[in-house]
Design a protein around this ligand. Structure first.
Ligand SMILES: [Zn+2]
Length: 480
């Protein structure tokens, strides 16, 4: 559709180099979709190679942990890792070739610094994508990691209104948390000044209060650069590929610690997606909480302020914090994958009372924050419970979050349905702060046993089963 207009001469008010990037992105959308589909089939259909949450595969047995490789049989009962190109030659070749062509065009034709930055980025990206190793280098984990880090270094210099996002997330699509998923988005910056200002306030508060709480911890010192030098990008997605079931409302990149230690991070906030999700959250919420006072608490939530600028942006800004490569090794990829979403929420929720005490927020903000989170947890039950790719959200976010709400008495069963008791808000945030401290402490000490004990708290208890039953009747019983 967009392509047709471009060919007809439309420029959408964009500069020539921006149009060129948009055009190639559109042309490659279908190819990325195909690649994403085939990649996911490969990983999902071969647990014996890639492993699962509960089961070891050849990957774990043989230490095949190259994020940018697929596993193939090599003789009888022997396995090795090969580049994406070898497993999916058609798609990978086309993607790499088109980006190289675009890069040549951008680097030659245009003196605009933004065009140059994009040109340099797509050149390195295309080479890494097809694993075109520099002379004398072999395809292995260390070399690929270095190559992609260089891609990210250049990408951090892409600061214009057109943002290519090849996020290479791991943990969502490969349940053993090893392999990077090769999807791609093209996003444009949008004018969201109010949200931008509110997000800056969230960032400042996190720097201040997390600093007071956790300043002396190495895990904080080692990751705080990601927060200190983050640039916030309110965006909309123009081209969106690969991960068909999950469009991020917020995302913090790059993934690699080495790069965000040097350059900080980019935090993408897609308010359009967040607003759409909040509509769905409200519908699900009303299936569980049917009384008037819950409905009025729900009405008090302002999705832009309480949702996007506080909870969502705070989550994204918290995402890289307290998570070093060392901790991934000590606690294990899979554990980290399941902890990650919970921890990111706790980074913003765990300082809410500090912000009230400092006069930055008032008590209503606490309640709105909790009700917004409650809505997102319930939506996650609706969409994430049965989706393997959403397990980090379901387990690390919905189950842990609901546990805190039930244990604190912030929500409780009353008759057939559930009610909110705002009087227990302090208790809820006490448990929240306790959980945040627990995670930071076992991360600091590299204590895997404590991490696993904490993860074991995420259970579908009878109370949670009852909530699920309200949302999806018949999940646990035939008829009610
Ligand atoms: Zn997250």
């Amino acid at each position: 559709m967009i392509l047709k207009h471009i060919e007809g001469g439309a420029d959408f008010g964009l500069k020539p180099h921006e149009i060129a990037v948009l055009k190639t992105s559109c042309e490659l959308g279908r190819v990325y979709d195909e690649l994403g589909l085939r990649w996911r089939e490969e990983v999902k259909l071969h647990p014996e190679k890639y492993g699962t949450k509960d089961e070891q595969g050849k990957a774990q047995e043989l230490g095949l942990d190259n994020r940018y490789a697929m596993i193939v049989e090599d003789g009888i009962d022997n396995y090795k890792e090969v580049p994406w190109l070898e497993k999916f030659p058609e798609e990978v070749e086309e993607i790499s070739k088109k980006w190289q062509e675009l890069s040549g065009q951008l680097l030659q034709g245009d003196s605009n610094p933004d065009a140059k930055a994009l040109g340099k980025y797509f050149s390195l990206y295309a080479k890494a994508f097809a694993a075109q190793m520099p002379d004398g280098q072999t395809f292995n984990k260390e070399n690929m990691d270095e190559m992609w880090k260089d891609v990210d270094r250049v990408w951090m210099g892409v600061t214009g209104p057109v943002q290519p996002i090849g996020s290479r997330e791991y943990g969502y699509y490969d349940s053993s948390g090893i392999r990077a998923f090769p999807d791609f988005r093209l996003s444009f910056l949008v004018d969201e000044e109010v949200i931008k200002t509110d997000i800056q306030a969230t960032k400042k508060a996190m720097q201040k209060h997390l600093g007071i709480r956790f300043g002396p911890y190495d895990v904080f010192k080692d990751t705080k650069k990601a927060l200190d030098s983050v640039v916030i990008y309110p965006i909309v997605d123009i081209v969106y590929t690969g991960s068909l079931d999950f469009q991020p409302a917020g995302q913090s990149l790059p993934n690699e610690e080495a790069v965000f230690k040097e350059f900080g991070t980019k935090s993408f906030i897609n308010a359009e997606v967040a607003r759409g999700r909040w509509l769905l959250s409200q519908q699900v919420f009303k299936k569980v909480f049917k009384d008037e006072s819950s409905a009025s608490l729900l009405q008090s939530v302002n999705v832009d302020k309480d949702g996007v600028a506080n909870a969502l942006a705070g989550h994204e800004l918290g995402e890289p914090l307290f998570q070093t490569e060392l901790i991934y090794q000590q606690l294990g990829n899979q554990n980290m994958t399941l902890l990650n979403e919970d921890l990111a929420n706790l980074c913003i929720s765990g300082i809410m009372r500090d912000r009230v005490a400092a006069g930055e927020l008032d008590n209503n903000d606490l309640i709105n924050h909790a009700v917004y989170l409650l809505g997102t947890y319930l939506r996650m039950i609706n969409t994430g419970r049965e989706s393997p790719t959403l397990q980090p959200y379901y387990i690390g976010n919905a189950l842990q979050g609901l546990r805190r709400m039930i244990d604190s008495g912030f929500i409780h069963k009353d008759g057939d349905d559930w009610k909110i008791n705002p009087n227990n808000i302090e208790k809820l945030f006490e448990i929240t702060e306790y959980d945040l401290e627990t995670i930071v402490k076992f991360s600091e000490n590299g204590d895997r046993k404590k991490a696993e004990d904490y993860l074991a708290l995420a259970q579908e208890t009878d109370d949670i089963k009852d909530i699920i039953e309200h949302i999806k009747p018949g999940t646990f019983s035939q008829h009610r």
